[in-house]
Design a protein around this ligand. Structure first.
Ligand SMILES: Nc1ncnc2c1ncn2[C@@H]1O[C@H](COP(=O)(O)OP(=O)(O)O)[C@@H](O)[C@H]1O
Ligand SMILES: [Mg+2]
Length: 259
């Protein structure tokens, strides 16, 4: 299952992606977390040091060949994953898309193409849950980086511009093959915050799947450079994220169970 997490900048995409990845791994799924933000920081939210991620190279653009059906990896997926992923707690593996190394170096189309190719090949790993932490811009939809996802989760805050961004991304996603588009209400301090998001979603035919409260501990965890799930494992925010995961990702089959 491939889950792309998108929404306006600062909405809480990375906090959700990191915490959900760890929770889903704890539930027994193999999890691949992809940092598809060209300003990567998912590693920090997962508890991986900058030194550790810097030891692992970004997947090079030479890994991709253009086929008739779109970008395709020209090496076996497992080889690519072994070479370009970093291990995080709970068995989560992290792969980073890439970032500009120099000013004026041009667009990052090739880095996006690597992610598209990788996501396409990940269809063969049916047991793996792939969590893709997107950048705020809707470019991942206009370029098609996210088109390989099964579900697009749009994180929205209780204010108009954040909701408008989610609406735009939902509209673009509906023009792709992404099967399911859902909205997650984040940073709700009051019932009125949540009700405002629910009303917006109802008015624009958006499927609202959950509510995450505001939590000061999320900011405290950032300040302590510690993953939220380690800093405040019992917090209402982590509990709410766990509930969303149980809706999005069915439990893994029991050992020996016929599928
Ligand atoms: N539920 C929440 N309560 C309080 N602060 C939050 C919550 N979710 C995220 N934040 C804070 O909002 C800021 C942006 O979160 P982040 O996950 O980096 O967003 P994005 O990846 O969408 O840009 C961070 O300072 C983070 O600690
Ligand atoms: Mg982010």
């Amino acid at each position: 299952m491939k889950l792309a997490v998108a929404g306006k900048g600062g909405a809480g995409k990375t906090t959700f992606s990191a915490t959900a990845s760890r929770l889903i791994a704890r539930a027994g799924h193999p999890v691949l977390a992809i940092d598809a933000d060209t300003n990567p920081n998912l590693h920090a939210a997962l508890g991986i040091s900058t030194e550790a991620v810097q030891r692992v190279p970004f997947p090079p653009t030479t890994l991709v060949s253009r086929s008739f059906d779109g970008p395709a990896l020209n090496e076996p997926l497992d080889v690519v994953l072994d070479r370009h992923t970093v291990d995080a707690a709970d068995g989560v593996r992290l792969l980073r898309m890439g970032m500009p190394e120099h000013a004026d170096e041009g667009c990052l189309c090739s880095a996006h193409a690597v992610v598209s190719a990788l996501l396409s090949d990940l269809d063969h790993k049916v047991d793996t849950v792939t969590m893709i932490d997107m950048e705020a811009s809707p470019e991942h939809l206009s370029r098609g980086t996210a088109r390989e996802a099964h579900t697009l989760l749009l994180v929205a805050e209780p204010y108009f511009r954040s909701l408008e961004a989610a609406k735009l991304q939902a509209k673009l996603a509906k023009e792709t093959a992404i099967a399911r588009v859902v909205v997650l209400a984040n940073k709700c301090r009051t019932d009125a915050d949540f009700d405002g998001i629910a009303e917006f979603c109802a008015n624009h035919d958006l499927d609202l799947i959950g509510r995450i409260p505001w939590g000061d501990e999320v900011l405290d965890a950032d300040a302590a450079s510690t993953p939220l799930i380690d800093f405040a494992p019992e917090s209402a925010v982590v509990t709410a994220i766990e509930e969303v995961c149980s809706v999005l990702v069915p439990p893994p089959p029991l050992v020996g169970q016929v599928r």
